[in-house]
Design a protein around this ligand. Sequence first.
Ligand code: HEM
Length: 100
Amino acid sequence: MSWNQWVRQIHRWLSIAFTVGVVVNIVHIVAWGGEEPAVWVYLLALLPLALLLFTGLYLFVLPYATRWRGGRRGSGRRPPCPAGSRSAGVEVTAIPEGAQ
Ligand code: HEM
């Protein structure tokens, strides 16, 4: 797996950790009758969120950085077809007379 795919996977799983952290915070507040949770309960959601920010910004910049470096990935353009305008996989050897 490439570095970029690793960052995407980490971002993905951090989003689950963040969601669980938010749920724990809500359950805590409800169970303790609206009392403010301890700092470590806040951190359960805040730490994944902070990491989500960095990995998310990395993922955001990625397609632009690829373009700046002259790559084609993420440009939205398809590479030119080597067979020209004819459909791929169909080899045209001769056009029968009167077919044009
Ligand atoms: C904190 C700031 C965040 C930033 C800057 C950010 C940014 C991004 C970017 C740029 C992408 C890639 C989009 C693409 O390639 O089309 C992404 C994907 C994603 N983000 Fe975030 N994100 C943030 C927070 C979150 C949060 C809070 C969640 C969910 C709780 C989340 C869940 C996801 C998921 C599930 C993906 C798709 C990952 C995949 O392709 O497998 N992100 N995010």
